[in-house]
Write a protein that binds this ligand. Structure first.
Ligand SMILES: C[C@@](CO)(OP(=O)(O)O)[C@H](O)COP(=O)(O)OP(=O)(O)OC[C@H]1O[C@@H](n2ccc(N)nc2=O)[C@H](O)[C@@H]1O
Ligand SMILES: Nc1ncnc2c1ncn2[C@@H]1O[C@H](COP(=O)(O)OP(=O)(O)O)[C@@H](O)[C@H]1O
Length: 313
């Protein structure tokens, strides 16, 4: 039977700096993303309507028009002037509302899969524009690897990276809603001053600039990368979920080189030296019982791409 199978990765934010929201309510960001080996698999089959079923995590997610994958298929259909439908089967590994952009990966994978299935003829650039309409994190899920995100986080510039990094992810059953974390950031901070102005207050000691992480990624040395990890949203996520303090402390006790909350959380990403070190950090963190699940992943990995295509449009 005709189908297209696309795989898209989840992400972690190696660094994230946020400025006060603009009139549209979005916070200008400077973030460096890394795509990691926790994947969303989307299989698209021809159908009369647009529909979705979800396996793995998130089986309680809505399957109506509010599902990001359904929104992606409908937006592409409208843009391409197509009357085709699609049935999407999603197998989720990325935690829901975990700060790892699993929903965005579903949307990116759906754009690629439906584009192939329907033969829309849209280019990669046009797909990237549709991605940005769907959510700030969707363009990066198309690009993958390592990249700087500016604007809402949706303006993507690929960043060169050498080597492979080994991460231990501490996942939580209960997610955190991104808008709540940004609202907490606004409430906590005098955001009339930018993060860089705040950085001047402490001599810039605590703010890790995007440039620093970009050169660290070229070093292929996790010890150098470890020194650059930073997230402006971490304090807000910790205020909403104080237990995350225990997760960060457990990562440190387990011997991780550094640990950071990914995006709006609650997933914590702990950096290890190499694969055996990651396995040992993961074991200790499991023993600490601070996470509902502990996973070892590597990055960077490719963005949304076709894994298998059976039959042509
Ligand atoms: C925080 C980040 C960091 O990579 O990741 P997650 O933690 O969600 O994975 C992203 O900026 C999230 O991107 P994404 O989840 O796609 O955001 P969207 O759906 O576009 O927006 C959801 C809501 O988040 C807030 N938002 C998002 C992006 C941004 N630059 N400023 C914001 O204030 C807004 O309240 C918006 O209504
Ligand atoms: N296919 C989908 N997968 C995950 N979440 C989805 C999806 N469609 C809609 N959503 C909504 O988007 C929210 C956050 O998406 P997700 O990408 O999982 O997390 P985050 O924004 O923290 O990275 C979820 O809480 C859910 O309400």
């Amino acid at each position: 039977m005709r189908h297209v199978h696309v795989r898209a990765p989840g992400k972690i934010n190696l660094t994230l700096r946020a400025w006060p929201p603009t009139e549209d309510g979005y916070h200008p960001l400077e973030t460096v993303f890394q795509a990691v080996s926790l994947f969303e698999d989307v299989v698209a089959r021809p159908a009369d309507e647009v529909s979705v079923e979800i396996h793995g995590r998130g089986s309680d997610l809505p399957t109506d028009g509010s599902n990001l994958a359904v929104r992606a298929a409908e937006l592409l259909r409208e843009t391409a002037g197509s009357e085709s439908g699609v049935h999407l089967t999603i197998t989720k590994q990325v935690p829901v509302a975990g700060g790892m952009a699993g929903g965005s990966a579903d949307a990116a994978a759906t754009l690629i899969a439906c584009d192939q299935l329907w033969g829309t003829g849209l280019g990669r650039e046009e797909l990237a524009e549709l991605a940005a309409e769907l959510g700030a994190d969707v363009p990066f899920a198309l690009t993958g690897m390592s990249a700087m995100g500016t604007g809402r986080g949706d303006l993507i510039s690929p960043v060169m990276s050498r080597g492979q990094y080994h991460w231990v992810l501490a996942l939580q059953k209960e997610g955190l809603a991104t808008p709540d974390v940004f609202a907490e950031l606004d409430a906590r901070k005098d955001l009339t001053r930018s993060s860089s102005e705040n950085a001047e207050d402490d001599g810039g000691a605590t703010i890790k600039a995007g440039g620093e992480v970009v050169s660290a990624l070229l070093s292929a040395d996790p010890l150098i990368l470890a020194r650059t990890l930073h997230n402006d949203l971490e304090e807000a996520a910790l205020a909403l979920r104080p237990e995350l303090g225990d997760v960060l402390a457990a990562a440190e006790r387990a011997g991780a080189l550094a640990a950071v909350v990914s995006g709006s959380g609650p997933t914590v990403a702990a950096l290890a030296l190499d694969a055996p070190h990651a396995a040992s950090v993961a074991d200790v963190m499991r023993g600490a019982e601070v996470a509902s699940e502990v996973q070892v992943v590597t990055g960077p990995v490719a963005g949304a791409r076709v894994i298998e295509q059976v039959g042509r449009h």
